[in-house]
Design a protein around this ligand. Sequence first.
Ligand code: 6R9
Length: 658
Amino acid sequence: MNAPDRLHHLAQYAPPHRLLHTAHVPGHAAYQALVAESQEDYAGYWGRLARAFVQWKKPFTRTLDSDNAPFYKWFEDGVLNVSWNCLDRQVEEGLGDKTAILFEADGGTVTRISYSQLLAMTCRMANAMKALGVRKGDRVVIYMSMSIEGVAAMQACARIGAIHSVVFGGFSAHALRDRIADTGAVLVVTADEQVRGGKTLPLKALVDEALAHGGCDSVRNVMVYRRTGGGIAWHARDRWMHEATAEQPAVCEPEWVGAEHPLFLLYTSGSTGKPKGVQHSSGGYLVQVAATMKWTFDMHPEDVFWCTADIGWITGHSYIAYGPLAIGATQVVFEGVPTFPDAGRFWKMIERHKVTVFYTAPTAIRSLIKAAETHPEVHPDRFDLRSLRILGSVGEPINPAAWEWYHEYVGGGRCPIVDTWWQTETGAQMITPLPGVTTLVPGSCTLPFPGITAAIVDETGEDVPNGQSGLLVIKKPWPSMIRTIWGDDARYVSSYYPPELRGYYLAGDGAARDRDTGNFTIGGRIDDVLNVSGHRMGTMEIESALVACTELVAEAAVVGRPDDTSGEAICAFVVLKGPRPTGEAAEKLAVRLRNWVGKEIGPIAKPRDIRFADNLPKTRSGKIMRRLLRSVAKGEAITQDVSTLENPAILSQLNEAH
Ligand code: 6R9
């Protein structure tokens, strides 16, 4: 049975009645009208959105230029400034005193900053960067913890036309060095230290280490935000942020740039080989980020938005640093971690700040489910979460059991969940429910955002019928798409536009559409799709079945290993809610889980191997590193790069756990 068949038996949730009238996209007919508009006149539709969501210094005359495909250009002769659209524009429209960011520090201290204050901070920072010689087109690496200053640094780059590349604060000095070298950055913006979960961790010291290694000669200065005041080494190139900005005026004329001017580079994490510097544009990126921000989350002026991502990931770019500001929203920015001081932190913060729209990742939800089951005092039902209207999910497929829990206990059964599929490369949400439109099916990201031509094809680019799995592609270019891989046009073309796919963008995910509704279900990365005795199966489907055994299983990851008879054998790594079993107890539990999966999906899906672990190997962004698990499953030595692994100690345990 494939994924859509299974989902068929799940509950469906119609949109709340009220939203059928009040949402920005109110009801199915409104959605259909937008889809029809985009089908009849693709460029016209996106041109209309570009004028509605962005203010242009000089209007564009041509929407889409496909002459040099796949190097597409959007709104090319239009001139704008992204920071002006996010800040000055809001002040001009009377939102100067509105709270832009409600910052909650790790220890709980709250700082509010209004749109006019954030504009002044950004201008000072932009002027300080200019004083250090940073010019339009220069690269600036930002290696910061979650902070208002981090967002302002990104905005300041946008203001002067510098191209930022944010490196997640959890990356090592080595990973940071590679990224600085690849971008040829002239400035690094960092903090003395970061604070997470009650602990201080170095940042500036890692910048020093990265720069000491050579290959980073382009860096002239390091600007340091004083977060903790902890002791750090000081070099001639270093400048305190508060000193460099204090002497600067709070006004800075934006650098007006063409729509295709690069806004940022963001390196994709955890993949094999050299990380890819995904290059994004200014105009097209902002158009789609602003449009999805407003429609997907159905944002209204009084909403309080909270996206729990880090600014080091694409979600933190599009739905913290740019999206909320581009539509004049109030948002919460959080420095810490969901489990400090306890696993009730998210719920406590939603209650405290009266958050109305909450956007987080399935991995966070699953860990909080686990915590709530053993510690009732951190269960969301202990908190007043009535302010919530809409919930979001991003980053990986959400298994139906976690979806149902999120819906029931966090959303009180009344909040639509927007399960948003997109990628670093897509820049903004692509396939997602809309709160006033979509009938939700747990585990499905449902239908494309209006104007997005998502489809499922086979290896030759031929459409596959609904109900069958295939490759997820986007048939036409879209405004916020990747423009190239920094410094490697050929790799851009070969990674995303393989010749056999007829000019479609290859997302790298396997997916299927439901026979009746056409809803999309993502099966996971293509290399995670298993072929067991000729049956194509998403590892996610089996993981989902395992996690559905809610009394036993907290988390599971499934990979394939080569097998002479069946092609591939299914290998499951399981984290139990209770202690990790060994010996006979482990064998008994494995039999029980195999039978469970057999019952849930069918005998073909029963894992051949089941190994129990205390945790799964994850990247710092919370993605399970399946390529490592594949090596473990095969019994191979680990030769891959494990520098992005959050919990390296887990590897030895996985190797032992037979
Ligand atoms: C935004 C982001 C992209 C990959 C993507 C897919 C997985 C993201 C998902 C999802 C199922 C969702 N993914 N959202 N899978 N349902 N709602 O996460 O970007 O870090 O580049 O990851 O994440 O496999 O291809 P990125």
